[in-house]
Design a protein around this ligand. Sequence first.
Ligand SMILES: *Cc1c(COP(=O)(O)O)cnc(C)c1O
Length: 358
Amino acid sequence: MSGVLTIDLKALAANYRQFRALAGPDVAVAGVVKADAYGLGAEQVFKALWQEGCTEFFVATPEEAFALRALEDEAQIAVLGGLWPGYAQDFLQQDIIPVLNSLEMTQRWQTLAQQKNQSLPAILHFDTGMNRLGFGAQETQKILEDKTHLEGLDVQIVMSHFACADEKDHPLTAHQNERFAKIAAVFPGARKSLANSPGLFRAQDYHYDLVRPGYALYGGNPTPETDNPVRPVVRLDVPVLQIRDVKKGETIGYGAGHRFDKDTQTATLALGYADGFLRSGSGRANVFFKGQACPVLGRISMDLTSIDIGSLQEKPQPGDMIEILGAHQSVDDLAEAAGTIGYEVLTALGTRYRRSYV
Ligand SMILES: *Cc1c(COP(=O)(O)O)cnc(C)c1O
């Protein structure tokens, strides 16, 4: 018996349409489908977005890009992680665009451009405050002062990435936008792209020519201080394996992590940290039966989780399904209970669930 992960591709498509409406006719909306589309299945998500008219996709690694290319010849596919040694030929052959994050990567692409005697498409990523990937301050200055650093490249998009757009009015967001605007102005022929999901919702100023939502496509709240403006995409239900009567003073689970202060009933669920039910939710998270909250008891194990059903009017039986994610608990809610973010909840969803795409 296994849990059922329901992925609502219609809701995903509706979210994509919402972003198109928000961005307006002059701004393209790419799909960020890295990490197996945030754990939801890159192939299914890609096809759903493609059907909605999404033609531009961002992934993190070359292998993710090649997997998408096998699905569709016409899609524009870019690799955020950039051009690693040994991949240039494959990128060219499979029409994959590298996001160039450093001069070293740039030179790798230029070497191939020279050999082939043709200019090669590229996306330039300038770091404006994230300090993670992208041309740093010195490299940026070099490039802006002397464009011969970009010889052989057809610079299609100039981009940067927000560090704090999920926090309302964080000053770094506006600073990054200012820095980006200055850099982007030096590339009049290229399209410009800055916004992730939160950036898309924060301000029209951040939209430029192309927005790059990921998390919000999958139902995550891009503006955590407000109600979620997007539709939920994921639902997760897992079966009860066993019901137990427990006595006051007994303990439950590894490490005897919870001691009962009264007699009650528990249900043991086919759900554990190997399924992405994060162990940090031990003793903190809730799950739901017919809309009623059931607290997680003690430590979450690899394959099993125990919950308290003592206070429920109507009790589940073995085989009944318990809601982990759904109408009563969003991805963001569960993340908060586990002391993390919804991005981690989604990408941790394991491979043991039966997946139902609706
Ligand atoms: C992951 C990523 C995105 C999408 O971010 P979300 O917060 O999931 O919308 C956009 N741009 C870059 C560079 C990324 O790494």
